[in-house]
Write a protein that binds this ligand. Sequence first.
Ligand SMILES: [Zn+2]
Length: 380
Amino acid sequence: MSNVSRAPRWAIAHKFPAQRIETVLEDIDIQVGRTGVLTPVARLTPVNVGGVIVSNASLHNEDEIKRKDIRIGDTVIIQRAGDVIPQVVEVVLHKRSELNKPFKFPTMCPSCGQESMRVEGEAARRCIAGLACKDQAIERLKHFVSRNAFDIDGLGEKQIQLFWDDGFISSPADIFRLQDRRADLEKKDGLGQRSVDNIITAIEKSRVVKLERLIYGLGIPQIGQATARLLAMNYGTLSKLRLALTSAADKRTTEYHDLIGIDQIGENVADDIVNFFQDETNLKMLSDLENQLDIANYESSIIESTKVTGKIIVFTGALEKMGRAEAKSLAESLGAKVVGSVSNKTDFVVVGGEAGSKATKAEKLGVTILTEEEWFKLIT
Ligand SMILES: [Zn+2]
């Protein structure tokens, strides 16, 4: 659920046969993600799995380690399928040494040392220090400059780390103030005038930004590209969005009902959005950032009528090219109306893999059925 647009890549990856192999789990590292989630990563004795040397594997979370009783020093079976990060499938128990003790998941954040918190009903443990936590801040900045957000070339992980350590950037807005520190930057090892020029030019280019990219770049938990676009589409401008989402903290308001009325935004996602706009630090960061930017309000890409303008569309089954939310917002941006169930008013039913009753119903009603391929041909 966390990132709907990521679904197809996993689906595709599962088509490759999974490779399983035995190795030793040497250590468990805890990584701090951009939203503060502490993720355990298995450090393995490097092993060749289907032609790729694997030395790390995902352990998901605290409960998963407990459930599989994975201990440091254990011999484990790892599995790798397609491009998916390898997983630890199980422990080879008869090879376990008595010295291997059950793993104690740290309660402190390994980056900033703050107490971590486990939210009721969530599997993840989180560091709640926000931008004050180094790893979290760096992950957020990396997300901010990434291709689908501000797309700042030349400002990679290495530079962010470097500039963070020097105190040049600690929040997104600082990136746009880097030009004032040109002389300091040029003195940095391995940078020099040329690469500083390139970085500054890339930053300047990204000052003009589309609202949906800005929203995505903020790194609000559970807000992927598709949801960011939906928010931009529904609120149009940053000031309207901020005003509405700040008011939406009170669940009795129309602002809250409008928010959960947006398709694909359930109460759980709405909570994350509302929480983000309740946090003083986030609001300060945002207005600081706003002063540096030239934000382009959301513009519907309906330039003229398309082949699907005014048509009523139903998506069913698993789509390969993009997630359901993304397909829906794309269709809507072309002027179509996307609904959840098939009726005789439906114009097209777009059928992905393993489509069920909706396809059958469409057939019965004589509604035009399109494969995903045919759908894309129609709209491109
Ligand atoms: Zn932390």
